[in-house]
Ligand binder design. Structure first.
Ligand code: F6P
Length: 498
């Protein structure tokens, strides 16, 4: 049974960042990498040559290479659910059979997109995408990051069961010109099914004679979609072995593929595939997802960091922290090993973040002078895409670089309130541009980094039983089983009169 032994790593000498730079003239070259249009810089983390060697030894002991091969081979890597985790096959990197299946499913999606473009389903102007968790966060990020100028349709992604969320979309859209995309791997998620029913009712009330004729289902449970009323020809299936939070590459990405065009979606897949190949074939010490995970583990395991902050200095990546929250926390927020034994070390830190420069004026006080150690990740994009003067882009990026430098350098002051301790870690991801290909590579990087973190902490990143209990209790309450604890019973009675 694989349990990580942190002894050697915990014995590492604690060297301040400025000394790490002073002691090693090659530091910048050693702790940076360029992959698929992204420049990665971990030089302002406390990773040292020695730390990397010890993490590499731990990776060997935990069987990282074999586990990575098993992931790409489509073996059962999610033991608790007896499943493979074949998101890379959706990028055509994986077991031949799975890749062939993904290609056929993509072809089906492409044909439906062609038909919609040709108005075979009537004139479509709006896409109302209903889904939650992994069935919403990925497509929403894609559309927001890439579709601000380029979207060919209006897209609303509604996830919350709060009626306000659906109402907002309904207010904007003409039901007769709306395509309803219902995204649910299981096609049983209560929020999604209720929102979908209400959307159908809205269409009927809005004069659509056959609302189901305007529905597309994105699901791994096609038979449930048929039973719900979706025509078989408009079901875009994906494989059961693609996890919800890893599913934007599958038909779950449909609203992005339709809004941005098929070529953009194909490029997204290609960018991700490039990162897949990098992860699969690059030696540990130059491997971007592996080094990033080493830096993550340095802080969670050796320095007691309980959170990690992600700050994109680009409005188009505003949704990245939410997307990463599900990817990282639903994957690695575990308390037992892959074999079911309790872990005696931390697992996933809490992922949080925001956009720069806004976050500087809200939460950065704590990063510079607070009592928490927060490893920070900055993301910036070299190519300016706004049409305003260069001054905006220049200020944006210079602010990002200044924050990283300030966190590391600190500044002494006789007045303690005005002193900055420094030696606070950050890493920087600099994207050449924010296009589908680079975004694909970026998101695949995060997936693989999450996987490496899981392997080195000995947990299964592909199940998510933690989300079930509350769901079951809400369902039971809805069915009339209101026998909770006294406080909850009281709250229910006050709020709902039940
Ligand atoms: O509640 C968590 C979860 O199961 C996620 O893992 C998933 O992405 C989300 O619900 C939505 O599930 P589905 O796509 O089956 O509706």
């Amino acid at each position: 049974m694989a349990r990580p032994d942190w002894t050697d790593l915990k014995a590492l000498e604690r060297v301040p960042l400025t000394k790490l730079f002073a002691d090693d003239p090659e530091r910048l070259a050693l702790f940076t990498a360029d992959v698929a249009g992204i420049h990665f810089d971990w030089s302002k983390t406390h990773l040292s040559r020695e730390a990397v060697e010890r993490f590499a030894a731990l990776a060997d002991a935990m069987g990282l290479a074999a586990k990575r091969d098993a992931l790409f081979a489509g073996d059962v890597v999610n033991a608790t659910e007896g499943r493979a985790a074949e998101h890379s096959a959706e990028r055509y990197e994986g077991a031949a059979e799975s890749v062939a299946r993904a290609k056929a499913q993509h072809e089906r999606m492409r044909a439906l997109i062609d038909a919609i473009e040709a108005e075979a389903l009537g004139p479509v102007r709006h896409i109302l995408h209903i889904g939650i968790g992994g069935s919403a966060l990925g497509p929403e990020l894609l559309v927001d990051a890439l579709g601000r100028d380029a979207a060919r349709y209006d897209v609303a992604i509604v996830s919350n069961v709060d009626g306000m969320a659906l109402e907002a979309a309904m207010d904007e859209f003409d039901p007769k010109a709306t395509l309803l995309a219902i995204a649910s791997k299981t096609f049983t998620t209560t929020e999604t099914m209720l929102n979908a029913e209400s959307a159908i009712a809205w269409m009927a009330e809005g004069g659509v004679s056959d609302p189901y004729g305007q529905v597309v289902a994105l699901t791994a449970s096609p038979e449930k979609a048929v039973a719900w009323g979706v025509d078989e020809t408009r079901i875009l299936p994906f494989s059961e072995s693609v996890g919800g939070r890893y599913s934007l590459w599958s038909s779950i990405g449909f609203p992005a593929a339709l809004a941005l065009g098929w070529d953009a979606f194909a490029e997204l897949l290609e960018g991700a595939a490039e990162m897949d190949r990098h992860f699969r074939l690059t030696p540990t010490r130059r491997n971007a997802p592996v080094l990033a995970a080493f830096a993550d583990l340095y802080y969670t395991q050796l320095r007691g960091a309980e959170t990690r902050g992600v700050f994109a200095y680009d409005e188009r990546l505003a949704l990245l922290p939410s997307y990463l929250q599900q990817l990282e926390m639903e994957s690695n927020g575990k308390r037992v090993t892959a074999e079911g034994a309790p872990v005696e070390w931390p697992t996933a830190p809490i992922t949080w973040g925001g956009v720069g420069t806004d976050a500087q004026h809200a939460v950065f006080q704590l990063l510079h002078q607070g009592t928490h150690l927060v490893p920070v990740e900055f993301l910036g994009v070299v190519e300016q895409e706004d049409v305003l003067s260069e001054a905006h882009h220049r200020q944006l990026l210079l602010n990002m670089f200044a924050q990283g430098a300030a966190l590391m350098a600190g500044r002494a002051n006789d007045d303690a309130a005005r002193a900055y301790p420094g030696d606070r870690p950050s890493s920087t991801l600099l994207l050449d541009r924010l296009d589908p290909r680079t975004l694909g590579a970026l998101l695949a990087f995060y997936e693989h980094r999450t996987f490496v973190n899981a392997v080195l902490t000995g947990i299964n990143p592909f199940d998510q039983f933690g989300v079930e209990l509350g769901k079951e209790m809400a369902k039971a309450a809805d069915a009339g089983d209101l026998d909770f604890d006294p406080s909850t019973n009281d709250l229910i009675a006050r709020a709902l009169g039940a």
